[in-house]
Ligand binder design. Structure first.
Ligand SMILES: [Zn+2]
Length: 147
């Protein structure tokens, strides 16, 4: 286990027992799914390994497999909940690449609709959301339970 510095939200939030308040939608053995509270788009999720790692190549095989599974589950749940027309899925590795929290790897799953803005402007600016984060949480939580 890597050391978990104080204040890393991706270490602190899963260690707490308040998943609803922390917008954690789903937990697996090696990784979890959490909503981005500063979303690029409504339904913006993040898949995060529990281990505090900054380098993609340090993930072990189980973690990599589970991250891919959780990205797939996230896409399924988002399709059912919001019927998006597409997705951006990816990782910003390192601060220079745009990672907000560069010390703890995380994958973004961002649903896209034809009417939304282009990706680059979207990631540069937090949009006003059409749906409250809490409503989104409730809608998605049930869909993750079904999987
Ligand atoms: Zn961390």
């Amino acid at each position: 286990m890597s050391e978990q510095p104080k204040g890393c939200i991706f270490c602190v939030k899963p260690s707490e027992d308040t998943d609803k308040d922390n917008y954690i939608l789903h937990r697996s053995k090696h990784a979890f799914v959490i909503m981005n509270i500063f979303p690029y788009n409504n339904g913006h999720l993040m898949v995060v390994p529990y281990r505090h790692l900054s380098d993609f190549e340090m993930l072990n095989t189980e973690e990599k497999a589970e991250i891919m599974d959780l990205i797939s589950l996230s896409i399924k749940a988002l399709k059912k909940a919001f019927n998006p027309e597409g997705f951006n899925v990816g990782m910003n590795i390192g601060r220079i690449a745009g990672a907000g929290i560069a010390d703890h790897l995380h994958a973004h799953v961002v649903p896209r609709w034809g009417a939304d803005t282009n990706y680059m402007p979207v990631i540069a600016d937090t949009k006003v959301l059409s749906e409250a984060l809490e409503d989104t949480y409730i809608r998605l939580k049930d869909l993750f339970k079904e999987q």
